[in-house]
Design a protein around this ligand. Sequence first.
Ligand code: UD1
Length: 422
Amino acid sequence: MEKYIVRKSGPLRGEVSISGAKNAVLPIMAAALLSDEDCVINDAPALLDVDILCRLLETLGAVVKKDLQDNVVTINSADISSVEASSKLVKQMRASILVMGPLLARKGEAVIPLPGGCAIGDRPVELHFKGLRALGADIRVSITGIVKAKAEKLRGADIYLDFPSVGATENIMMAASMAEGVTILENAAQEPEIVDLANFMNKMGAKIKGAGTDIIKIEGVERLHGCQHTVIPDRIETGTFMLAAAITRGCIHITNVEPDHVKPVIAKLRECGVEIIMMDDGSMVVKADEKPLTSTDIKTLPYPGFPTDLQSPFMALLTTVNGNSAVIETVFENRYMHVKELQKMGAKIKTQDRSATIKGTKKLKGASVVATDLRAGAAMVLAGLVAEGTTEVAEIHHIERGYEHFVEKIRGLGGDIERVEE
Ligand code: UD1
């Protein structure tokens, strides 16, 4: 088993370039199933999740060319020979459910094992089903948890999402893009990844308006063609490196970044006393080496609120600032698995239901901890960079699902981290 050894490092300094967004590239790759022509995706990050989806698309009959050295993935779905997603791959990555909408649109059929829960909660998919049913799909779930979806013809519909689910919005958008007539999706998710998917699909010839607002209008078209697209920078990776500058009281110049996508992180870090400077070329400097940092409160919400994916890395920072902070997690019901791990490092955190209170401490100490999920793993690495002594982070496969060249990027900034085989 591999693990990271992280040692107390000085302030992180230097420049880091952000990779393409994991949560944008996955739905975009799934949307490539909608066309029988080449879709060329630039800035595709070299991540385990991207590999898994490549394999899944291949099992469906797509021809996938991966040049992850240059971060280009080319997908040709001319010959979709299967509509059945392999349970082995779906188990490895929940986002595999995103092939359901495109398969229904393209082949009128999809067979997918239910993705099931994960460390951060149950993660049901009934909103995906609700939307696809409204478009005319017949969806049945067998006792063994296999979802069979069929639709002779998809027809546009008015759909209201009870919660602005990111995945449901994406699945419905993809299915509706080739339905007959117009779909109006209300209380849609507004995440930048939804906008990126809509931009990609509009390049394919889809007619999607309103992505990025809570009402999306999709006018179905008969055929979608190939296109070329560059994925947006990863806002969660951006936030993680902003937090790396803050927690180590360093100064990091972050390039290939979209500051508008990290507004709540900018606001909250400024409340803590971190200086954030927007450069003329669109890059951002995050500077925390001038004055002591103080506490703040955060509440996770769907976009444009504070992202749940940065809750655990932000909590790592809050354990090191002056004063008491409060965190409220509203998006997932069980996203405090990292608390126990931070406590092993001396963090003073109390949780009750979805709330956590954090008492800032001057000293974290190195410990053996576990990356309980992808973002919790990043939180452990951040804490390890400032903890006395050595921190060993196990289960790092979670981290490598979502952070491209994480170790190299942190080392490039002066962080003392190495990846070892046990
Ligand atoms: C996406 C992101 C993930 C991020 C999350 C919330 C990808 C690949 N993953 O996940 O990193 O943490 O958005 O920003 O883009 N829900 C239901 N019923 C449903 C669907 C969702 O109750 O049918 C609930 C979930 O249990 C959860 C909340 O809605 O509590 C948010 O889930 P959702 O927005 O769907 O997240 P994902 O698309 O799975």
